[in-house]
Design a protein around this ligand. Structure first.
Ligand SMILES: [Zn+2]
Ligand SMILES: [Zn+2]
Length: 604
């Protein structure tokens, strides 16, 4: 089965069960500065799982592109990638276990035709806080799964909440048991280094996790006890790449049509074979695809946040290609890879600026090459001066992102051998570096929206006021081109041909502050998209909306022209009244590309 057929079948199957297909979110979350990337289908839906009404209703389905930066080092086997597409279905206080499990079982065994004897599941075994999930166990048994295909695991494997196991959940947090589904590739021999016996969740590659149903049925009370939620939610996620691999009964996802054309281009361009350079090719194929998707969603390589991760991906692509063949890994080669990615996703990439991405990637890789050259000169100097080689290599790694394997290769060329002492020195330096960046990114990933929700909600709402003020002062040619929030400021990009004058900036700032002082109510309603547009609601993201949308109005919520200050289709978090915002100050105005200006502003 092709991946396209599979994606289509999945969506159609759940639509036939009363679900509405919702558009996917961008890879960079719009209103959550505490998370760099969208890493699951559930992430953009958290506000709705917490109780906000979703404009598309209570049964949702989609396919969400996801990126997991924390998995970069895992790539280089048959199943790990940083980028993947997650097929998801959700119940927002609607159906629960007895509907979800039979449906997903029907989809896997009937629609995809997977052999029942190859499927295994895991169920939550219970702990001091929560009883064993016998309901899920009984449902799986009633569907025909034999007892020895059902495994019980603890909270470390079969519990979901944003903060981890039940004891780690803060008051007010929701969570619940989950049930994972595994496919067994009987042709893969178990590797004894992962334990005496193979079982689902074994890391040898014989079992592949292909889906997970999360049953969000508990709320942590302030007394530390978990109580059952009045309404139950379901979140299912399954990787498209992995599901496609199971329908081909091939444990290597790089053999699916989602990777094969890229793998072929790599082999052709570098004059090698997949078997000969498997790990390097897996890294190149995953990272170049992830890079294209990130750039499509507006990330550019630089030294900050998302840009830094993209830069790292591209450098790893360049390094691995360089290691396979220095001469052949030229910009023509990288262009051919980008094209192969875009061909695979031609349906999703209708309006993508291919030339721009090719340009950026070529430039970045050229710069990296120059850096490599400079690093080499420095290394030659260290060797001449008889400095500690291990430290010299570590310094290259730290200051230039110079990969160890590449250094070893080039030293080899210079007839130099590393001693164990050198390697020890390097390892020590590298470990502390990895530890450091892990701590930094853990700080970035933990917490989620909740920690900073209040200030983010204010900044997001202020963005609506700024947008409306700009249109009033400069004219209706002003359209939102982008928005980015941190806990310290908002950033807003908009169409505008020339730089704003001092007095215009002052007028905009004054108008926003005037509206804050007017104590305007912020209200929302869910209506048809057509009706929303007719009523003057602004919408600037093409057709990423569904048929039903949420409209936020600042000012009198009546639907006639002039009765309100701002009216926008939006999915972000908002305050209830503008009086909550405080004082609005524009701190900077600059260009953000041709015909686009950028404003930074703070609230105090
Ligand atoms: Zn195993
Ligand atoms: Zn909004």
């Amino acid at each position: 089965m092709t991946s396209q057929e599979l994606r289509k079948k999945y969506i159609e199957f759940f639509v036939s069960k009363g679900h509405k297909e919702i558009p996917s979110a961008p890879l960079v979350p719009e209103n959550d500065p505490t998370t760099l990337f969208t890493s699951s289908g559930m992430q953009p839906l958290v506000p709705y799982l917490l109780g906000r009404a979703h404009p598309a209703g209570k049964r949702l389905v989609n396919s969400q592109p996801c990126f997991r930066a924390e998995d970069i080092e895992e790539v280089g086997d048959n199943r790990h990638t940083t980028f993947f597409e997650m097929l998801g279905n959700w119940s927002l206080g609607d159906y629960f276990k007895k509907e979800q499990l039979p449906w997903i079982w029907e989809f896997l065994t009937k629609e995809l035709g997977l052999a029942k004897e190859k499927l295994y599941v895991s169920v939550f075994e219970g702990n001091n806080d929560v009883p064993k999930d016998t309901e899920t166990y009984e449902i799986w048994k009633s569907l025909g799964l034999p007892e020895d295909h059902i495994y019980f695991y603890g909270a470390d494997k079969n519990w979901w909440s944003r903060s981890g196991s039940p004891d780690k959940m803060p008051a007010g947090e929701i969570g619940g048991p989950d049930s994972e589904i595994f496919y067994e590739f009987t042709q893969v021999e178990h590797d004894a280094k992962y334990g005496a016996k193979c079982r689902p969740n074994c890391d040898c590659g014989r079992f592949l996790e292909i889906g997970n149903s999360v049953f969000i049925q508990y709320l942590k009370r302030s007394d530390g006890k978990l109580k059952e939620l009045p309404e139950n939610n379901v979140d299912f996620g399954g990787g498209l790449e992995r599901l496609t691999a199971t329908t081909n009964n091939n444990p290597d996802i790089f053999g699916t049509d989602l990777y094969k054309p890229i793998v072929e281009k790599i082999c052709e361009g570098l004059g090698t074979s997949y078997e000969k350079n498997k790990q390097y090719i897996q890294v190149i194929a995953d990272h170049i695809k992830a890079s294209v998707f990130l750039m499509k969603d507006g990330v550019v390589p630089n030294n900050k946040l998302q840009g830094y991760v993209l830069r790292r991906l591209l450098r790893r692509v360049a390094t691995k290609a360089f290691l396979i063949d220095k001469q052949k890994s030229d910009s023509k080669f990288f262009r051919s890879l980008i094209k192969s990615v875009i061909d695979i996703y031609s349906e999703r990439f209708e309006e993508i600026n291919t030339a721009n991405i090719e340009e950026e990637v070529s430039l970045e890789i050229r710069k990296f090459r120059a850096t490599l050259e400079r690093g080499l000169q420095q290394l030659d100097k260290s060797i001449k001066d008889n400095e500690n080689l291990g430290l010299a290599v570590f310094n290259l790694f730290q200051s230039y992102g110079y990969p160890l394997e590449l250094t070893i290769e080039l030293l080899k060329e210079r007839g130099i051998k590393f001693t164990d002492f050198d390697m020890g020195q390097f390892e020590e330096g590298r470990k502390s570096h990895v530890e450091l960046s892990r701590t930094a990114s853990a700080g970035m990933f933990k917490g989620g929206l909740a920690d900073h929700s209040e200030v983010v909600t204010k900044y997001h709402t202020a963005t609506h006021l700024l947008h409306a003020a700009l249109r009033q002062i400069l004219g209706s040619h002003v359209e939102q081109k982008g928005s980015n929030l941190t806990v310290e400021r908002l950033r807003f990009d908009f169409s505008q041909p020339e730089k704003l004058k001092e007095e215009q900036l002052k007028q905009v700032e004054d108008l926003v502050n005037e509206k804050i002082k007017e104590n305007l109510p912020v209200s929302s309603e869910i209506i048809d998209k057509e009706e929303a547009l007719k009523s003057g609601a602004l919408a600037f993201f093409g057709d990423k909306y569904g048929d039903k949308v949420t409209v936020y109005t600042i000012g009198h919520p009546e639907r006639s022209e002039g009765s309100h200050f701002s009216r926008e289709i939006c999915g972000g978090p908002h305050v209830k009244n503008t009086s909550e915002l405080g004082k609005f100050t524009i701190t900077k105005e600059e260009s953000a590309g041709a015909g686009v200006r950028r404003i930074y502003a703070t609230l105090s």
